[in-house]
Design a protein around this ligand. Structure first.
Ligand SMILES: [Zn+2]
Length: 341
């Protein structure tokens, strides 16, 4: 098997499923911890690397929450957002739709207007200084129920930051049926936001049908269980509804038992648009480049096939047509130059 890492590392890419707090790398966490002496997280990078070595999923949640606890001021929000973009720039990610859960921050007392100003300031600086175009997906933390849904919808529609393009739903699926969120998605969609709920990660294809029929999903977060329903695969392929596949995350959360049995093959074979993403990269010990290498192995792709994955992500994104054409041309130019040697 050839080593595609150098090709992937330089390939211009778009990422469509990646979480804000979940992208806090040990380097970023160390910076945040240094701003808040006395917190539970070690500020020294070496101790922090150890802290980020998860023993099990409960430990992961525990660490995730301690990182959430480090985001206390609008300056913390700005720092996190900008530094996430810096980590993206290093991987040649040119465009990302970053999933943000504003409810977690406003509930913890961060002023909502200051929060929006902080992410927008980071977004414009990242585009200007790092060449990374960021857009936002505001998601409802499903476990927090309808109160969180109402608040997230209000924040999205009343304060609507310029970079906001989509509306999502995260958190656990078991015990959190999708249809109850229909009124909130209806309002968000009526206001022009795209619908991108998580579905079918830890539950069956029925949840994905609910996301499509009740929430108007235009892409599906994960959709891991889709191949269990051939009619669903057909529907996704026919309507060009992309799945946001996150292979390493699926193993870490046990949504999929082992990488070699990941359903990405069946998805692609059925003609469903597949995009490759990293979800909560440092927390799962991965990054987008690693996920591309994993997908290339699972799908048996060469450089052209890998470049097509990058093109498919651009196509499935909510970037404007001119932006899509520009990024696709960059992908093609890079690939042609690489293959010419
Ligand atoms: Zn996710």
């Amino acid at each position: 098997m050839p080593d595609f890492h150098p090709f992937i590392a330089g390939l211009p890419k778009a990422e469509l499923h990646v979480h804000h707090v979940g992208s806090a790398s040990p380097r970023i966490v160390a910076e945040l911890a240094a701003r808040h002496p006395g917190c539970r997280v070690p500020a020294d990078p070496e101790a922090l690397a150890e802290y980020f070595t998860f023993t099990d999923f409960a430990h992961f949640i525990d660490v995730y929450l301690t990182v959430v606890d480090l985001i206390r001021t609008p300056e913390d929000v700005r720092l996190l957002t900008y530094e996430v973009a810096r980590d993206m720039a290093r991987q040649n990610i040119r465009y990302a739709e970053l999933t943000i859960t504003p409810f977690s921050s406003t509930r913890r007392g961060i002023d909502e207007k200051a929060f929006m100003a902080a992410i927008e300031d980071a977004r414009t600086a990242a585009e200007r200084e790092l060449g990374v175009v960021l857009r936002w997906c505001f998601d409802i933390p499903g476990e927090a129920g309808l109160e969180a849904a109402e608040e997230t919808t209000r924040l999205a529609l009343d304060l609507r930051p310029e970079g906001l393009v989509s509306f999502g739903l995260g958190g656990p699926e078991i015990g959190v049926p999708r249809p109850q969120f229909k009124p909130y998605f209806d309002r968000a969609r009526a206001a022009g936001l795209h619908s991108v709920p998580h579905a079918g990660e830890t539950t069956g294809p029925g949840t994905i049908w609910d996301a499509l029929n009740e929430l108007g999903a235009e892409r599906i977060g994960h959709g891991t269980s889709a191949p269990r329903d051939p009619r669903l695969l057909e529907h996704l392929a026919e309507h060009r509804i992309a799945l946001e596949v996150c292979p390493t995350s699926n193993i870490a959360t046990r949504a999929v038992a082992e990488l070699d049995r990941h359903p990405i093959r069946e998805m692609a074979a059925a003609g469903v648009p597949v995009t490759v993403n990293s979800d909560d990269p440092p927390m799962f010990g991965t990054d987008l480049n690693t996920e591309y290498a994993v997908a290339a192995r699972l799908l048996g792709l060469d450089e052209r096939g890998i470049a097509q994955l990058a093109r498919d992500a651009v196509e499935a994104s909510f970037l404007d047509p001119a932006g899509k054409a520009r990024l696709t041309a960059e992908i093609d130019a890079y690939t042609d130059a690489w293959l010419r040697g």
